[in-house]
Write a protein that binds this ligand. Structure first.
Ligand SMILES: NC(=O)c1ccc[n+]([C@@H]2O[C@H](COP(=O)([O-])OP(=O)(O)OC[C@H]3O[C@@H](n4cnc5c(N)ncnc54)[C@H](O)[C@@H]3O)[C@@H](O)[C@H]2O)c1
Length: 283
């Protein structure tokens, strides 16, 4: 028996082998929730080498893991740049389970093409980051909240934001803007949904050891003549040295806070943006 027995959680961007979405699916399932997971079908060039090596199959693989925990798992492919697909994702998940109690807005645009000074930032990259990181959060919230209101049993919406929601770094204009906006969206939707006992909170990780494909890291590794794996290991080690608690986060560190915010114990918390960063940022 878990504290999320009988609940259903929909998690976007949950197909990555080392992603925060997968960690959330496993954590919420381990606490008793049934899971609906979504992701978009990546082209092979956009898959991390270790996923190819492990013959990882995105949400199909995650679903098998969730089911191995004894929970149900519904899979739905959805490109979050397309509003119609988002509406369809929500209605299929609601159709399958009858209700959604927890929404985790986790997906983000693949990092890398945005890592340029603003004078070099292509408008299509800017638009893509805003579409996936911000507009899709608004649309998923809108459709899921409507269904939660209809059921009348309250709900939990958890937006995975970032330390980039609170502090900019150079060459991140698109990402930073898209993630600052998520905090505004979290506060505004928390106020709109409070009368329906639906809480909306954001989780703001610092660096996380997610090992995802990143176009910028791929290019850097090539320039330095090292494998992507080696380059990633260096980044993780170097970034860890700058964290007061001595390491960067694991996806599970983030999932634990998500599980708390999804629980009954967090019923009186809404509109907040909590850091999971080992002490690197305090506001
Ligand atoms: N990894 C980190 O260091 C870090 C730090 C701070 C915040 N975050 C946030 O945590 C969340 C998860 O990060 P991660 O590193 O696990 O994720 P990630 O970079 O692997 O991306 C998450 C998922 O989004 C999916 N996605 C990309 N484009 C999509 C589209 N068009 N439609 C549907 N899905 C799409 C990807 O396929 C992937 O599975 C993100 O919101 C990210 O901004 C991550």
């Amino acid at each position: 028996m878990g504290n999320l027995d009988g609940k259903v959680a929909l998690i976007t961007g949950a197909g990555g082998m080392k992603g925060i979405g997968r960690a959330c699916a496993m954590k919420l399932a381990s606490q008793g929730a049934d899971i609906a997971i979504s992701d978009f079908k990546r082209e092979p060039k956009d898959l991390p080498p270790q996923e190819i090596k492990a013959q990882w199959r995105s949400i199909d693989s995650v679903a098998e893991e969730v089911e191995a925990l004894g929970r149900r798992c519904f899979k739905v492919w959805c490109d979050l740049t397309d509003a119609a697909q988002i509406e369809d994702m929500v209605s299929r998940a609601v159709g399958h389970y009858g209700h959604i109690d927890i929404l985790v807005n986790n997906a983000r645009a693949i990092i890398g093409r945005d890592r340029v000074p603003i004078t070099e930032l292509r408008e299509e990259v800017w638009q893509r980051f805003l579409a996936i990181n911000t507009t899709a959060v608004y649309l998923s919230t809108k459709f899921v909240a409507k269904s939660m209101i209809e059921k009348g049993k309250g709900g939990r919406i958890i937006n995975i934001a970032s330390d980039a929601s609170k502090r900019a770094k150079p060459m991140t204009a698109a990402y930073t803007t898209s993630k600052f906006a998520v905090i505004g969206l979290t506060q505004a939707s928390a106020l709109d949904l409070a009368p329906h006992r639906i809480t909306v909170n954001a989780v703001c990780p610092g660096s996380v050891n997610t090992d995802r494909l990143n176009y910028w890291e791929e290019a850097q590794a090539k320039t330095q003549g090292v494998s992507l794996k080696e380059f990633r290991a260096r980044i993780v080690a170097d970034a860890g040295k700058a964290v007061p608690l001595g390491r960067i986060a694991e996806p599970e560190d983030v999932a634990k806070l998500v599980a708390f915010l999804a629980s009954e114990d967090a019923a009186f918390i809404t509109g907040q943006a909590y850091n999971v960063n080992g002490g690197t940022l305090f506001h």
